[in-house]
Write a new protein. Structure first.
Length: 182
């Protein structure tokens, strides 16, 4: 009773999975930070300290198809990295806020209210974020590491002199003017 070709099955009803949403220009699926913690916490912990990682990775060399996974790891527990969310598109997400919105809402709730495990409320903290330089500049909405004003810790301006990037600090008057425009 099955068709002779699998394309017949694929042309029928499309599968829809909840939690997939449009994040321009691709799609994002949110697995959930709370779900990951409940699934991958096997020991009795008095508090949960998380490490969060974000990175972009190409899927093939022949197209621009790429994933931007949002991953988490419970520090001090089993060495298991679990997905919190994943974006797929042909370019990285246009808006960082849109990409991270589900994660931020859930993380705020967990940090303020904690999580109930084995009948007790356990405090949740995010201890660190791990990103390479391009992912860090994407998440922080700053220029890339070779762009003008690309330093995330201070206000540095870059000039190109003799085909080299030269960083120098702003004068106090320039700094005040720059802060007013932010």
């Amino acid at each position: 009773k099955l068709p002779q070709d699998c394309r017949t099955l694929l042309a029928g009803h499309k599968l829809t999975i909840g939690n997939i949403r449009k994040v321009i220009p691709g799609r994002y699926y949110h697995f959930g930070l709370k779900n990951g913690i409940k699934t991958f916490t096997s020991t009795k912990l008095t508090e949960i300290n998380l490490a969060i990682g974000v990175d972009g990775l190409p899927l093939t060399k022949s197209s621009n198809s790429q994933f931007w996974p949002l991953l988490a790891y419970i520090i001090g527990a089993e060495k298991t990295v679990f997905p919190v969310g994943i974006y797929h598109g042909y370019t990285k997400p246009k808006c960082t806020n849109e990409f991270l919105s589900d994660f931020i809402l859930e993380a705020k709730e967990l940090i303020t209210e904690g999580i109930v495990l084995n009948g007790s409320i356990i405090q949740v903290r995010i201890k660190l974020f791990t990103c390479d330089a391009p992912a860090k500049s994407f998440i922080l909405n700053i220029k890339g590491h070779l762009g003008f004003y690309s330093c995330s810790r201070c206000i540095l301006e870059v000039n190109i002199m003799k085909d080299k990037f030269v960083f120098h600090t702003l004068k106090t008057s320039q700094l005040k003017k720059h802060i007013k425009t932010m």
